[in-house]
Design a protein around this ligand. Structure first.
Ligand code: NAG
Ligand code: NAG
Length: 156
């Protein structure tokens, strides 16, 4: 057998193996996909006055709009989505607290590294779950946990 035939034979069996695996092992593919994450994105109004109202309009780079609305004091806006790879899709919010306004990414590749490991994943799925918890305060925007304002990321 010529070298060429041997190479062809090997490459055919390799591609049959991958084709077989692709068709028959979708759960294997998900379990070993280390980049897939479930993301809880939360925006808490930690201001101390109801007036002026805090308006928030957020959407993802995939066109998922999570509303253009006010968030009452101590209340939160939340959404959940799958990120793959980490940082995608990007979520951007426009914040308005008259007369102040600011737009920035509340979830992207950089922000992903500042989120915290969260409970709430479905055990069998083995998808890691993170929580990206924002607090809107009178002097700016912080990332922390539900009970802790945390680290400042932006001024108003
Ligand atoms: C959000 O809603 C307010 C009030 O209904 C409206 O004035 C504003 O134009 C809306 N903004 C966007 C970006 O849709
Ligand atoms: C929002 O954050 C405050 C702390 O600033 C906390 O007391 C409150 O419970 C949070 N709201 C929700 C809905 O978790």
């Amino acid at each position: 057998m010529s070298t060429c035939k041997v190479v062809l034979k090997i490459s055919l069996s390799v591609s049959f193996f991958f084709l077989f695996c692709f068709l028959s092992c979708p759960s294997y593919a998900i379990e070993t996909d280390a980049t897939l994450k479930r993301v809880f994105l939360l925006i808490n109004n930690s201001l101390t006055t109801e007036t002026p109202e805090l308006w928030v309009h957020c959407q993802s780079s995939k066109g998922h709009d999570i509303g253009n609305r006010t968030i009452p004091v101590k209340d939160e806006l939340s959404t959940i989505f799958l990120a793959d790879p980490p940082g995608e899709p990007v979520y951007t919010c426009q914040f308005r607290w008259d007369p102040k306004k600011l737009d920035f990414n509340v979830y992207d590749k950089y922000i992903d590294t500042h989120c915290i490991t969260a409970e709430g994943g479905v055990e069998e799925e083995k998808i890691p779950t993170i929580s990206c918890y924002w607090h809107v305060v009178s002097d700016g925007f912080y990332m922390g946990t539900k009970d802790r304002i945390g680290e400042k990321f932006h001024d108003w």
